[in-house]
Every structure is written in structure tokens, then in C-alpha cells.
Design a protein around this ligand. Structure first.
Ligand code: ZN
Length: 163
């Protein structure tokens, strides 16, 4: 298995030039996300539109290419999505990445160019990198619905280091 298969063009593009990268001082929700397996650290900033929708998401942090690209592409996809739509997208993305049952026939076409990350499924060590931003999103939506403004999320633990 060639690890380079992971780094498709869309991933490299977003990793090199992350979109929506930057701190948002007046964000409604701010989530710290950490992946100890790889050392990825992200902060996700969410601005609400009304009570049930996303106006915009931004992020900052220091992370590997897969993690940066996933966060970048996620923030592009989330603009003007309702919380429901964003949660569905997050579920579908995480299912594509981690599901052992996902088969060739599974239809993830609704994810659009997020499908660039499908190859990560073959590399369980990198799955946490690809899903970190999405875990942060799940937490951000949860926090927003509960009226909280900050939260922390950590994915993975030492036991998962040697699957
Ligand atoms: Zn990583």
C-alpha cells in the first residue's frame, strides 16, 4: 500500500493553503480539539446564524496534512448549513473514514470532494487525523445547542495506539 495514495490533490491543496484559517474573536463557540496519537491540535470557531444554523466556521492549530486538509475542507462545506445538515454531513464523513463495514458499494457521493479522504480508511492510524475537526464540530454543535461557548475534545487514547 502506497502511503502517497492518501495525499490526493485536493488534500494537498487544502493542507498547503488552508481555507478559513484564523482566530475569530467574536465566535459563539470555541472548541479545543486534540489528537494525542499524532499531536494534532485544532481550535474550531463557530459563528451561529439564528439558533439552529452555522454562519461560518474557522480554525487555527498545528496539525498534520490530513488533519489540516480535513479541517479546511470541512469549514468550506459548513457555511450556511443548519446544525442538522452539518451533523448529518459529519456522521456520513466519519462513517466513511472509520466504518469497517463500509464497502465498495457504499454511496458517499453526497460528501462531494470530501470523498478525497476515503482512502484514509485503509490507514487506521490516520483516521483520527481525518476526523478530529469533525469531532470538534459535533462538540461545537452540541455546545451551541446547550448555550455553552467553549469545550474540549480529545480523540483516541493510548490503547488505540496499537490496534
Ligand atoms: Zn495527524
Amino acid at each position: 500500500m502506497d502511503i502517497k495514495a492518501l495525499y490526493q490533490e485536493v488534500i494537498m491543496d487544502h493542507a498547503r493553503k488552508p481555507r478559513n484559517y484564523g482566530e475569530v474573536a467574536d465566535a459563539d463557540v470555541c472548541i479545543q480539539a486534540h489528537n494525542p496519537m499524532c499531536g494534532d491540535e485544532l481550535t474550531l470557531y463557530l459563528k451561529k446564524k439564528g439558533d439552529n444554523a452555522i454562519c461560518s466556521t474557522h480554525f487555527t492549530g498545528s496539525a498534520c496534512s490530513i488533519c489540516m486538509a480535513s479541517a479546511s475542507l470541512m469549514t468550506v462545506k459548513l457555511r450556511d448549513k443548519t446544525f442538522d445538515e452539518a451533523s448529518r454531513l459529519s456522521n456520513q464523513f466519519q462513517q466513511m473514514i472509520v466504518s469497517e463495514a463500509a464497502e465498495e458499494t457504499s454511496d458517499f457521493s453526497g460528501l462531494g470532494d470530501l470523498q478525497a479522504f476515503e482512502g484514509v480508511r485503509k490507514f487506521p492510524m490516520r483516521a483520527k487525523c481525518a476526523t478530529l475537526a469533525w469531532h470538534a464540530l459535533d462538540d461545537a454543535i452540541d455546545a451551541a445547542l446547550k448555550g455553552k461557548s467553549t469545550s474540549e475534545v480529545t480523540v483516541g487514547d493510548a490503547e488505540e495506539r496499537h490496534p
